[in-house]
Design a protein around this ligand. Structure first.
Ligand code: GDP
Length: 217
């Protein structure tokens, strides 16, 4: 069965979702790394989270973990070019990538960060999946596409949360989901997508079940 149809046909695996909830609830901020050598040893499994600033990524991480302010640590000013590491257990980690979309970073620093991010995606053995948050009312940004390409270059699975789904009616939300699925089917067959709302709890179990698979729990 195609993974992208799983939620639709059978509903999410609630046992898996619950395992992810418990594990994500244990997340501990460990380090904000601006260079790859500052990351924990490249062993075990790791999931990266990305999204443009204001996409709702922090709210999503909080909802998925059941923790009110888990991702607040990632929003510290100056963390626009750091990989924020949350250890879940000795074998598993969540890597919160900085929200993109602010153009304030000088060009040379941006290039350096792009290089670091590229190397992280190319070299990090532990990386098992990329979660991207994007506002359901928007289309993929250039940066979203760049992230998809980084993932595709190593065959990494991607799961996209169409956030703030509560802002759209059911019909509009469904249409946005179908449009994104159609777009990804062409360009990124490794990517799956779902509707998500942190405020309403929509899609939380579906996303947790995906993460449980990536985390091998
Ligand atoms: P981040 O910059 O990607 O981490 O985004 P945040 O999680 O900080 O959210 C940005 C803004 O969108 C905040 O004002 C949130 O309250 C709002 N927001 C986030 N998720 C939702 C959601 O599911 N529904 C609605 N209506 N607003 C949301």
């Amino acid at each position: 069965m195609e993974p992208r149809d799983k939620g639709k046909r059978t509903g999410p695996d609630l046992a898996a979702a619950n395992r992810a909830k418990v594990l994500l609830g244990k997340a501990e901020f460990t380090v904000a790394a601006h260079a790859l050598k500052q990351l924990p040893a490249d062993a075990g499994v790791e999931i990266a989270c990305a999204g443009r600033s204001n996409a709702g990524k922090s709210s999503a991480l909080n909802a998925l973990s059941g923790r009110k302010d888990l991702a607040r640590v990632s929003k510290t000013p100056g963390r626009t070019q750091q990989l924020v590491v949350f250890v879940l257990d000795p074998e598993r980690r969540l890597i919160d990538l900085p929200g993109y979309g602010y153009a304030k970073v000088p060009e040379n620093l941006r290039a350096h960060w792009g290089e670091t991010l590229g190397r992280y995606f190319r070299e990090r053995n532990a990386l098992r999946g990329l979660l991207i948050a994007m506002d359901v009312r928007r289309t993929l940004s250039d940066h979203d596409r760049a992230m998809l390409e980084l993932a595709a270059s190593r065959g990494l699975p991607v799961h996209i949360l169409l956030t703030k789904a509560d802002k759209l009616g059911r019909g509009q939300g469904g249409a946005a989901l179908q449009a994104m699925r159609a777009e990804l089917a062409e360009s990124d067959p490794n990517a799956t997508v779902q509707l998500f709302s942190s405020t309403k709890g929509t899609g939380v179990d579906e996303a947790r079940a995906v993460l449980a698979g990536w985390l091998s729990i």
